[in-house]
Design a protein around this ligand. Sequence first.
Ligand SMILES: [Zn+2]
Length: 100
Amino acid sequence: MDKNNSNKPDLEDEELRKFLKKYSPEKLYSEGVKASEKPETCPECGSSDIADIMYGLPVFDESLRKNVDRGNIRLGGCVITGFDAQWQCRKCELKIYMKK
Ligand SMILES: [Zn+2]
């Protein structure tokens, strides 16, 4: 019975590695592009449909809600990693980072 256990791949570890590989900030950072200001069009697909990503806990008022509903603003969550994209293309999901 022990033999079966030892031959079984460690799925949890595997899943965790995949998750980290997919979502690690460095990975996200390397997949995006940098811009000094919000680009008019997506450098990847040319779409002008670019959303602002808002971090932290914004005051969720009516106007913000409308913007989020329309997809003009995306909520990036509360955790600031230092690698957070400022904008994101709504068509191809390309992340755009502020050039520092
Ligand atoms: Zn795009």
